[in-house]
Every structure is written in C-alpha cells, then in structure tokens.
Design a protein around this ligand. Sequence first.
Ligand code: T6T
Length: 330
Amino acid sequence: MQHHRWKAALVALTIGLSGVVAACGDDEEESGGGGAASGGGESYDMTLIAGVKGDEFYITMNCGAQEKAEELGVNLDFQGPDKFDASLQTPIVNAVAAKQPDAVLIAPTDTKAMFAPIQQLAAGGTKIVLVDTTLEQADMAESQIASDNEAGGREAAKALAELIGGSGKVFVVNVKPGILTTDARAKGFEEEAKALGLEYLGQDFSQDEPARAASIIKAQLAKNPDIKGVFATNLFSAEGTANGVREAGKAGDVKIVGFDAGPAQVEQLEKGDVQALIAQKPADIGAQGVEQAVKALKGEETTPEIGTESVTITKDNLAESQDSLYKSSC
Ligand code: T6T
C-alpha cells in the first residue's frame, strides 16, 4: 500500500531529524492504532476529490479536511475538475486510483456515471468516503456525509414564502439533473412550496454556469413578469440568478433564496439582490470525512450516514453568521 512507501520516507526523514517522531519506528501493523499526532505513528495517504476544484464550497470542505488531517497524521491531497462534469471527474479518479491511496473522499458529480470509476478505486483497496453528493448505489462507501438537502429545500421554500408575503409565482434555477444534492433541494422546495400554496412554475438547469443561470431567469421573467420569488439550488446558480434579476431591472423586487454562502453570494446578500442564503457546513463535512476514513483504515466501526447542519442567513443575522460563510482559500 502507498502509505507504507510514504511512511518509509517519513521514517527516513525522522531519523535525519534526530528522532523527532520517535514513535514511527515501531508501527509494523497496518491498523496499529492512532494517527501520528496521537502518538501511534500511523500515517495515511488520502485524496479529496471535489465536484469542482474552484468552488468555494469544496475549498472550504478542503480547509476542514486539511485541519483534521493534520491532527490525525494524514497526508491529504486536494483535486477536482474545473467543471461539475462526470466526464472530467472520471480521469481524475482513474489517475488517483493508479497511485493507490489509502482512502479517497469524493463528491461524485453524477449519481450513475461516477459509479464505475469509484467502484474500481474501491476494488483496488482504497477506502471510499462519499462527501456532499452520493451515488445511486453506494455500497462500496465506508461512510456518506452530507447536508440534509431535502430539508434545506423545504427551508428555502418557507423562507421564500415569507419574503413574498405567502402567495405568488415561484421558479427554481437548478444545476443539472442527476446530482443527488441539488435534485433533493429542488424536490424539497417544490413539495413545500406547493404545500404552502405558492404557485410553482417549475425549474430549469444552469449547468453550474452563472451566465446560463442569468439567461434562464431573464427568459422566465420575460414569460412571467409577475414572478415573485426564485430558489437557486447552489452557489453558481444563485450567483447567476441574482445577476440575471438585476439585469432585468428587478433586483430587490423579485426575491431570491440561494443555497450556499460563497463570497460573491454574501456580497449579493449585503447589496440586497438576494434575501436569504442557506449555508451548509462544508468544513465539517470534510473533517468528518477524514475521521471516517481513518476509522475505516484502522478497522474501526464507521458511521454509514452522517447528516450535517445548514443555517439560513439573511442580512439580519449576517454579522453573527461569519463562521458559516465559505472561504476562497484556507
Ligand atoms: O451546493 C454545493 C454542493 O453541495 C453541491 O453538491 C454542488 O454545488 C455546490 O458545490 C455549490 O456550488
């Protein structure tokens, strides 16, 4: 396994540093107990594969994962495609598989298309932890860690209903069909919006591109000038939706609830273009992902499914919600 090579290098380095990490000398067993930081001497190689590398949600997830990795003596690499696209994420998974890391934390970009490459990674002996998104068949995963996305969608509907005074036309700007997280948010929103008596007009897909989200909402506003509210199911969709509504001259009149809390979204909230953000806890997802992977590698019991929190941020509670905002670097 890869971590033995890494460990050998660490031992050599340690000897060179006059035995700073003395415990490295006697950890023959794979599940020898305790990360380097806890004195057991075990070190693991892991990779976090994001849905999109430059997405602040995943950057923040990496920050949380790196912190936990340092604490547990894990060497963690961060990778991801430039776009939320299974055809771009697959070669990354294959290249990572060739290096045989001890564990991979991955956000699959498609519930079906990413099954085969991830299954192959698992077959090569790498422990798999699914973070954020998941697969239709996720039996190979040691653990799945994500927000309760359906509940988040319902929360968004409640917030939007309140913002528009309890009635009127609402529309959804979603990402792509086949992403479990955003599909669940849209489903939760639709059900709750209908239950609350809002007029649900349907959804369209931004392909995770802000410019496309802007065109979609402008076209909808041209068709239905009396739209009162929009729910955008992720960071780039929400950013583009707010731009589109502003370009249509309706900023502040058409209310927007967006999922995620990246820097551009927070700016739009401050400006009054967006009225509420549903912030996930990506750092927490990353940290728990590393923890679960280490447990699996030590042969300890893992938690098959872990739900993490979300918080609704408005202008009113923005000042005290600073810890919930996403980062563009660690
Ligand atoms: O909303 C997050 C993530 O939860 C989702 O699966 C994909 O989009 C984001 O990364 C935000 O862009």
